[in-house]
Design a protein around this ligand. Structure first.
Ligand code: HEC
Length: 106
């Protein structure tokens, strides 16, 4: 019993330690956005970390990003136009990625 308990504690603390670092990029972000976006360097589009910084402290960050990703276009980065939904991302994928990007700034 005691060893089972410590096993649970170890697992829990590993999970916590993991979340202190930037979570792994969602798979859909690699597949459907990766041609133009990377975590910390500018490609065709801005780095996720820079986007996150733009929205830091904005409580509507996730909904604004979802709207922008869905409609595509230009958002003031002066790079080029983003295609609507990237490369065919679903609504659920867009939401996951927007939450991920917003979470980077914390
Ligand atoms: C063909 C290239 C391309 C693809 C694919 C692409 N983007 Fe973009 N994205 C851009 C460009 C270019 C910009 C910057 C537009 C500008 O100059 O304002 C941008 C900007 C953004 C922004 C910033 C929005 C803001 O409010 O400032 C977010 C968030 C974003 N992209 C998310 C995504 C996600 C998520 C995907 C995948 C579902 C994706 N992008 C796929 C090119 C792309």
């Amino acid at each position: 019993m005691k060893s089972l308990l410590s096993c649970v504690i170890v697992t829990a603390s590993l999970t916590l330690a993991g979340s202190a670092f930037a979570a792994e990029l969602p798979a859909a972000a690699k597949a459907k956005c990766g041609a133009c976006h990377a975590l910390d360097k500018k490609l065709v589009g801005p780095a996720y970390k820079d986007i996150s910084a733009k929205y830091k402290g904005d409580k509507d960050a996730v909904s604004k990003m979802i709207a922008n990703i869905t409609k595509g276009g230009a958002f003031g980065w002066k790079l080029s136009n983003m295609p609507p939904k990237g490369m065919g991302a679903t609504e659920a994928e867009i939401k996951t990625i927007a939450e991920y990007i917003a979470g980077l700034a914390q």
